[in-house]
Each structure stands twice: as structure tokens, then as C-alpha cells.
Design a protein around this ligand. Structure first.
Ligand code: TEU
Ligand code: CA
Length: 558
């Protein structure tokens, strides 16, 4: 399998996502910042991290927490200065680490200079950087519903036109049909790569290609609007732009790029992440989108261990040896994975480690989201007033409109709120979880007294220590080739609450997890040679039969 793949510098790496606002606050203003990140590089190095993806820290009004950029060439003063960014790049390099920034170019902020100029002269150069349409009374140009609720059209201030925003109204969509706009984007990417960036995570990129001419689709809710998906299903030819972007930027630098790609068709996978694909990798969202409903979060169906297994194996089969998925348990848009993928009431260190091992050993690039390595959990929200995230606020309203009581609406959206992942990183059991000496911008999860990094650093049985062992195993010269390049082969697929697979390269490894509280006995097809990792101190064996304890997970060499 490895034979036909050209080896790349990033294949054997381990990545870690930082949400700067919530990682570590160095100056007591309650907001995480770049100097804070620099001061924690050794913590990440100790864990074994190679690549760090920073969620946006460019100048931004923070309407969508930085995913609304008003200046692509500067750091927002709340996060630090360009000198801090340069220092971060230097310090990372010294530790053989790579920094990725977030490339948010489906849209910019309505406070970006381009947008201001478009308002001043909608028929001029910058007007054509956006999607503008003449305003008609009582009718929008199309009936699309924004991802954050409401119509995608708003008045272009000071004009008789309207502009398109598939996300928030402070995030006007950029017009990728315009070669001048594309040139500006590539210029910016190269400017950052010249500074020594390792690459980019590429935000919401499937949205850059609109089906033209823009038109309405059948409404799918009582609001008379339709999901953006209806339009995206019809949009053809995104590859032209993505290929051009690759050739004008990443390729020249051998940079790493990971795309936020949803809904790719199986036949498109080689174009996206094959040899000379548009991106080095793309995220696997099969597990995160499972159970989602067209109606909204309130109607989503929870995922069971068997569903989780099926989703992982489906993605693995789809990609095969074509390229490398980036595997996640959570990110800044999702609830905490341990609260989502482990049935309610069963979240404890062993089950957290099981989830870690099952995900980490999949073929692909492991991405860890800040706090995942210490087993951070969802937040117990007691009021919608505690929520900051615009997406959750919208979904709460959708739930109320559907007739849910305020309490039921809160319970329903709390499970999926993006704020679950955005509470401050829990560094210690001290005030504010050691995140800030001031008042944190978002309430700290009250469980920080028991779940925090300080308590786990020197405990060999902690969740963090388990992650550290998983990372070390991936880098072990004995097993690296197999873990990075080896094929994945599911076993006992139909067994309830058992997730097991082989990784086959120059070695054969068996990963096996008992995804439940009850014990489960499995007869191994052959004796194993050794156990490489076990989340329990021992293993119950009888000839070839092993009996797994509650949420016991093993990595064995066969
Ligand atoms: O997310 C894109 C996206 O489509 C979603 O993840 C989803 O619609 C949203 O999270 C609904 O809750 C990216 C970023 O990851 C996200 O943080 C930004 O808000 C969004 O793009 C806009 O830039
Ligand atoms: Ca700060």
C-alpha cells in the first residue's frame, strides 16, 4: 500500500488545534493570546505535538470569533502583535514544530477595507469582490438560509444593493469568479508562507463555488428558505479554483494544507487529496455530521458506539490508500467528543482513553483539539445567557420556533453548542483553571477542579499520559511505518459495542476496544506477540480468549 505513495514530510506528524482566545491568557485581560501560546510550546512539545493549527488571530471584530477577518496581514491586538507571531514561528521552529494558520477566504469581515470600498462604489473594482444584487422591495435575490439563520442577503450600506453572506451578516462572501480577488488571496497566502508558516487549515472552502446564475430552490422549512446545500449540490467546477490556488501557493512551498471539506463525492477524492490533490489532507466529518437533521440541532439524533464505528470504517473504506484523512474527535465547532461519543453517564478516564485509541490508530493524520488530551467535557449550561456562540443562539431560536419550551430548547442545543469546546483550557485547579488572572471571556467549565492539565502531567495513568503514549507509539521507529502507512482492515464488524481493526504494514497490529460498561469476551484468531498499549493495568486471558473490562482498549502486535 505504501509503495505507490510519495512520502511527504507531514505524513507521520501529529497535529494540535489551538483556539487562541481560550488557550492561555498572558496579560490578565481574560483573552488568550500569542505570548500565552509561546509560553505553552514546551507543554505541547512534551506531549509529542509537531504541527499546531491556530484558529484565526488576524484583525477581526470577532463577530464569529475571528472567522470574520478585517485585515489578513495583521494580528488582532487582543491576540498580540506581528512581533509575537514572528516569535511564535521562531520558537516553534527551534522545537521542530510547524505552525498552520486558518485560511478564511470564503468571506471576509464587513469591516474589511474591500467591503468598505464596495459600499462607497458598488460598481467599481471592489464591488466585484463580492456578490451584489439590486435590491427589490419585498423579495430577496434568492431564498437561501444562512448557516447562522435568516436570509443570506442584507442591504449594502449606503446603496440600493444587497450583498450575499452564507454565514453571518458580518461575513460577506467573496466573489471567487473574479480573478483579481483570487490573486489577492494567493498573494496573502504566499506572504504568510514566506514568513515561515508550515501551511494552512482551509475554512469552509466548499462554499467558494456558487451555482450560477444564483437562483432560489424549494423551501425546506416553514421560513420559506432553503439550505445552502441545495445550491452547493448544483455548483460545479470548484476544482478549477482549488487547483489554481494549490499551484500558485502551497505547491511552491511544499506547504501542508488541510481542507474543511464536507460532502465530497467518492469519485472526487483523488482530486482533493490524492497525489497532487488540491490539499494535503481533509478532515473526516463523517462522525460529526451523523444524526444531524435538516430541521436543526433540536432534532438531531444521538450517535451510538455502533454508529460511531460504522462512520469511521465508512470513511476509511472510502479513502483507502488514495491519501490521508485528518481524523478528529472534536474541534472548535463541535461539542466535546467524550460527551458526544461516549453514552451518557459512562464518561470516565478509561472510556476517554478508549475513544482516544480507537480514533488515533485510524489511518490518517491525528488532530487533537485543545483540552481533548486531558479529557475536557461538555459544559453544563444553566441559561441561554451563558452562551456566546452565534450558531447556538440561532439554533436555540429555531428550537423555540419549533415549539420547544425554553428549557427543552436549551437542553437540546447545549448538547451541540460550539461553546462546549470554547471554554478556557483547564490548566490547573487554581482560580479560572489557571487560564487567566483576570475574568475569562467565557465561563470556565466548573469541572476544572478535577479535570486539569496540572493534575495529569505526572500521573502515569492520566488521560494526558495515555495520549502521550499513543503519540510516542506512532513515532516509534518499530511501528511507525505500519501506523502511518499500513492498511486498515475492520474485524468483527457486526459485534455490538465492539470496535476492532487491524493495521497491516510491515507489522500487523490489532486495535480492539470494548465500547461499553459490560465485559466482553473475544477469541483472537491467533496468539498475539505483545501488548503495546492497554488502558487497564492487566488483561484477563484464557487460551486465545480475552475478556475485556468496561471500555478496555488494547493495541496488540500480532
Ligand atoms: O465552519 C464551517 C461550517 O460549515 C460549520 O462548521 C458549521 O456551519 C457551523 O459550525 C455551524 O455551527 C467554519 C469554521 O470552522 C467556523 O468556526 C466558522 O464559524 C465558519 O467556518 C465561518 O467561517
Ligand atoms: Ca490576553
Amino acid at each position: 500500500m505504501a509503495d505507490h505513495i510519495t512520502k511527504k514530510w507531514w505524513h507521520d506528524k501529529v497535529a494540535y488545534q489551538i483556539y487562541p482566545k481560550s488557550f492561555y491568557d498572558s496579560n490578565g485581560d481574560g483573552i488568550g493570546d500569542l505570548p500565552g501560546i509561546i509560553s505553552k510550546l514546551d507543554y505541547l512539545k512534551d506531549l509529542g505535538v509537531d504541527i499546531i493549527w491556530l484558529s484565526p488571530c488576524y484583525c477581526s471584530p470577532l463577530a464569529d470569533e475571528g472567522y470574520d477577518i478585517s485585515d489578513y496581514y495583521n494580528i488582532d491586538p487582543r491576540f498580540g502583535t506581528m512581533a509575537d507571531m514572528e516569535k511564535l514561528l521562531d520558537e516553534a521552529k527551534e522545537r521542530n514544530m510547524y505552525i498552520l494558520m486558518d485560511l478564511v477566504v470564503n468571506h471576509c469581515s464587513d469591516e474589511h477595507e474591500w467591503f468598505k470600498k464596495a459600499c462607497e462604489d458598488p460598481d467599481g473594482k471592489y464591488g466585484s469582490f463580492f456578490y451584489l444584487r439590486d435590491k427589490k422591495e419585498g423579495e430577496f435575490p434568492t431564498n437561501w438560509r444562512s448557516y447562522f439563520g435568516g436570509p443570506v442577503w442584507d442591504d449594502l450600506p449606503g446603496t440600493n444593493k444587497q450583498y450575499l453572506h452564507v454565514f453571518h451578516k458580518k461575513q460577506p462572501d467573496l466573489n471567487w469568479e473574479n480573478p483579481e480577488l483570487r490573486k489577492e488571496v494567493y498573494k496573502n497566502i504566499n506572504w504568510w508562507l514566506d514568513k515561515g508558516l508550515g501551511g494552512f487549515r482551509i475554512d469552509a472552502i466548499i462554499n467558494i463555488k456558487k451555482a450560477l446564475p444564483l437562483r432560489s430552490y424549494d423551501p425546506d422549512r416553514a421560513d420559506g428558505l432553503c439550505s445552502i446545500q441545495a445550491m452547493l449540490r448544483e455548483a460545479k467546477g470548484i476544482g478549477e479554483y482549488l487547483g489554481e490556488m494549490r499551484d500558485c501557493t502551497f505547491k511552491k512551498y511544499d506547504a501542508f494544507s488541510v481542507g474543511e471539506v464536507f460532502n465530497e463525492k467518492p469519485e472526487e477524492i483523488p482530486d482533493f487529496i490524492g497525489e497532487n490533490g488540491y490539499f494535503s489532507s481533509m478532515f473526516d466529518f463523517n462522525e460529526t455530521v451523523f444524526g444531524s437533521s435538516e430541521k436543526g440541532w433540536y432534532d438531531a439524533k444521538p450517535i451510538t458506539p455502533d454508529d460511531y464505528k460504522r462512520c469511521c470504517f465508512e470513511s476509511q473504506a472510502k479513502i483507502g490508500g488514495i491519501g490521508f484523512l485528518s481524523n478528529i474527535i472534536e474541534n472548535h465547532d463541535e461539542p466535546r467528543g467524550v460527551s458526544r461519543y461516549i453514552p451518557e453517564g459512562e464518561c470516565f478516564p478509561q472510556s476517554k482513553k478508549l475513544l482516544a485509541a480507537l480514533n488515533f490508530m485510524l489511518r490518517g493524520l491525528p488532530f487533537i483539539y485543545q483540552g481533548q488530551e486531558i479529557g475536557m467535557e461538555n459544559v453544563p449550561f444553566s441559561s441561554i445567557d451563558e452562551v456566546d456562540d452565534i450558531s447556538t443562539l440561532d439554533e436555540y431560536q429555531v428550537a423555540l420556533n419549533a415549539g420547544l419550551s425554553p428549557k427543552d430548547a436549551l437542553d437540546a442545543v447545549a448538547k451541540y453548542s460550539r461553546d462546549n469546546a470554547r471554554t478556557p483550557m483547564q490548566w490547573s485547579g487554581e482560580a479560572n483553571a489557571g487560564f487567566t488572572s483576570g475574568t475569562p471571556w467565557l465561563k470556565v467549565n466548573p469541572n476544572y477542579t478535577s479535570v486539569n492539565a496540572a493534575a495529569q502531567m505526572d500521573d502515569p495513568d492520566s488521560v494526558r499520559s495515555f495520549y502521550k503514549k499513543l503519540i510516542a507509539l506512532r513515532k516509534d521507529p518499530e511501528y511507525k511505518e505500519t501506523i502511518v502507512y499500513g492498511a486498515l482492515e475492520p474485524v468483527w464488524e457486526d459485534r455490538h459495542n465492539l470496535m476492532a481493526y487491524y493495521r497491516k504494514g510491515d507489522k500487523t497490529l490489532l486495535v480492539i476496544g470494548n465500547y461499553q460498561m459490560d465485559t466482553q469476551t473475544v477469541t483472537l484468531p491467533a496468539p498475539y506477540q505483545r501488548i503495546l498499549l492497554n488502558n487497564y493495568p492487566d488483561l484477563t486471558e484464557n487460551e486465545h480468549a480475552i475478556t475485556l473490562q468496561a471500555y478496555q482498549v488494547l493495541i496488540m502486535e500480532m
